[in-house]
Structures are given as structure tokens and as C-alpha cells.
Design a protein around this ligand. Structure first.
Ligand SMILES: Cc1cc2nc3c(=O)[nH]c(=O)nc-3n(C[C@H](O)[C@H](O)[C@H](O)COP(=O)(O)OP(=O)(O)OC[C@H]3O[C@@H](n4cnc5c(N)ncnc54)[C@H](O)[C@@H]3O)c2cc1C
Ligand code: SF4
Length: 287
């Protein structure tokens, strides 16, 4: 397929709706637990010996971590709606942890960074051939930590220390507290706190990953999964065969792929306009 920026999803072999069969993953995961299950499966079956995840350092402050055990993968499950520089520990996974088969999870921009360093490994000697699996998570926008704190504390009226989960869906930003309360505000109110660089980003579904996953398109507790590369297909099929994942055809679930397409195109169109606008002003652009 020829590359075309306005193609909604990039190239892929198959797209399905799926969820983990591991109870401990489903308890902690953001959606269907695809990322954590793939990493646990990879570590348990010697396909991976280290994975890069975003840990919660308390109050949803996200820090990158090299996890080498299923327990460490589980600790880092769940979405932190803030910037987490996962790629900053990639070199240390190789040089300090001695990993030979690394799994990486990241937002679409981070997946792009990994593919770029695999092609042009400036400053990344001995790293590209150690990358065994790249999992991308869908991403519409992200927030600097201070912005996230303002959304939660000022707009939702919840203290960061009381939050157990955050979620974006159905046009709202949701906050769940340890007291069992749920607060939500319209997504429109969170726009001023977005990270500025996200406004020139035109990748919604992590198009360069081996496997991409997100919540949009599938019912609550399930994930939409794009299987993109031969490597991604191999590990995904093995997980299904070994009973780690339940899978349904995407055509059988609601709202289905149509909504993912709509959102992907919305992001591309909006941010392409911003890129054009910045060009006119002579500002730096990403392409
Ligand atoms: C900023 C952001 C915006 C998102 N926007 C959308 C969206 O618009 N639509 C949609 O469908 N999905 C979106 N997602 C993805 C979604 O929230 C879930 O991460 C995804 O569905 C995976 O869920 P899971 O149950 O398979 O993963 P889990 O098993 O819960 O694992 C999630 C993995 O992601 C890692 N992670 C968590 N936060 C970050 C972070 N900030 N940066 C890098 N890695 C992280 C965790 O360490 C963990 O390994 C977004 C995620 C982020 C971080
Ligand atoms: S919107 Fe783009 S640049 Fe911003 S965090 Fe998501 S993938 Fe990265």
C-alpha cells in the first residue's frame, strides 16, 4: 500500500475486538488488557526479556520503567493521561538491564520514534536489533502533568491522591475515585490543557506499531486491536491459541470500526490544518 497521510489507519493485516482472559490483568487494565497480556505472555514464554512501560509514581505521575517480570508489568497497567518519556529508558534496557528481546509500549509519536531509531540509530548503537515487539496505543491528545492536575482538581473537584482511574470516552473526561465516586467533564473543557505538540500530530492508531490497540470501537472492557506486521501477527495468534485472549470479529461489536475511522480522520484533518497554518506563519512543522 502506498503511504497516504489521510489513510485513517495506516497498513494492517487484521483488526479485531479482543480482551484478556487473565483476571488479574482485567482488574487493573485500562480496557481489554491487551498490552499487559502481550507483555506478560512474552516474558513468560521467553519471547521477551524486558518491556518498557509507564509506571504510576503516585498521583498518576508517569515514569518510564523497564519491567522484567509479569508483576512489574501488572503494576504499570492502566492509562496515565500525561506525558511519559518511555523511549528514554530504551538504551538502559539494553546497556544496564542487558535485555536482548525488548517489548515497548507507546503512544503513536513514541512508536514513530522507535521506528526512526531502528532505521537511523544515531546514538542508539546495538539497540535496534534488540527490539522484539512494538505495541502502540491509540491517542487523540495528551496533557502535561500540571494540565492533568488542573483538569482533575479544578474542573472535576477531585484530589489527585484519591483518583484510581481516568478515562476518555463518549465525549467526556472521566475520573473514578477510591471512594467509588465518578466525576466527568466535557472533553471540550480539557482542550486548553493539551500538550501543544499534539496539535501537529496526524497519527491516531499508532500506524507503525506491530500491534496497535485502543478502547474506541469496542464495548467497555474490550479493546480494538490492529495486527499490523508479521511479528505482531505471530505473537497475537500464539496468545489466542494458548488461551490468553478472547477475540471477536470487529464487525460483530458496537460501535465498531466506523467510529475509529471517524476519529482518526477528525484528528488528521484538524492537525493537518494546524500544520498548514504553522507553515504560513513560518513556524517549525514536523514534516
Ligand atoms: C495520552 C493517551 C491518550 C489516549 N487516547 C485514546 C483515544 O483517544 N482513544 C482510544 O481508544 N484509546 C486511547 N488511549 C489508549 C487507551 O487509554 C489504553 O491505553 C489502550 O486501550 C490500552 O489498554 P489496555 O487495557 O490494552 O492496556 P493495559 O493493559 O492497561 O496497559 C496499558 C499500557 O500502556 C502504558 N501507558 C500508560 N500510560 C502511558 C503513557 N502516558 N504513555 C505511554 N505508555 C503508557 C502502561 O504502562 C501499560 O503498559 C490513550 C492513551 C494515552 C496514554
Ligand atoms: S497526540 Fe500525538 S504527539 Fe500527542 S501524545 Fe498522542 S501521539 Fe504523541
Amino acid at each position: 500500500m502506498r503511504w497516504n497521510r489521510m489513510n485513517p489507519f495506516g497498513s494492517y493485516k487484521k483488526v479485531v475486538s479482543a480482551r484478556s482472559t487473565l483476571k488479574e490483568v482485567l482488574k487493573k487494565a485500562q480496557d481489554g488488557g491487551i498490552v499487559s497480556t502481550a507483555f506478560i505472555y512474552g516474558l513468560e514464554n521467553n519471547l521477551l526479556d524486558g518491556v518498557i512501560v509507564a509506571d504510576n509514581a503516585g498521583e498518576f505521575k508517569a515514569v518510564p520503567k523497564v519491567a522484567t517480570t509479569p508483576e512489574e508489568v501488572l503494576e504499570a497497567a492502566g492509562t496515565k493521561y500525561t506525558v511519559c518519556p518511555n523511549i528514554s529508558v530504551l538504551k538502559s534496557a539494553v546497556r544496564e538491564y542487558g535485555c536482548e528481546k525488548i517489548g515497548v509500549v507507546g503512544t503513536p509519536c513514541q512508536v514513530r520514534a522507535v521506528r526512526k531509531l531502528m532505521k537511523y540509530p544515531v546514538g542508539f548503537r546495538h539497540v535496534p536489533d534488540k527490539i522484539a515487539l512494538i505495541i502502540g496505543i491509540f491517542c487523540m491528545e495528551n496533557f502535561p502533568y500540571y494540565g492533568l492536575k488542573l483538569i482533575v482538581e479544578e474542573h472535576c473537584g477531585v484530589k489527585m491522591e484519591d483518583v484510581v482511574k481516568m478515562d476518555i470516552g463518549k465525549g467526556k473526561f472521566w475520573v473514578y475515585t477510591r471512594w467509588g465516586e465518578t466525576k466527568a467533564i466535557k472533553l471540550k473543557e480539557t482542550h486548553p490543557y493539551e500538550q501543544i505538540a499534539c496539535h501537529v500530530c496526524t497519527d491516531y492508531t499508532a500506524e507503525l506499531a506491530d500491534i496497535s490497540t485502543g478502547s474506541v470501537g469496542s464495548p467497555d472492557g474490550w479493546s480494538t486491536v490492529f495486527i499490523r506486521t508479521a511479528k505482531g501477527e505471530e505473537i497475537f495468534n500464539k496468545m489466542v491459541e494458548d488461551g490468553y485472549l478472547e477475540v471477536k470479529p470487529i464487525e460483530e461489536v458496537k460501535p465498531g470500526l466506523g467510529l475509529v475511522e471517524k476519529l482518526a480522520l477528525q484528528k488528521k484533518e484538524k492537525n493537518m490544518k494546524e500544520i498548514e497554518h504553522r507553515k504560513e506563519l513560518g513556524l517549525p512543522i514536523p514534516y
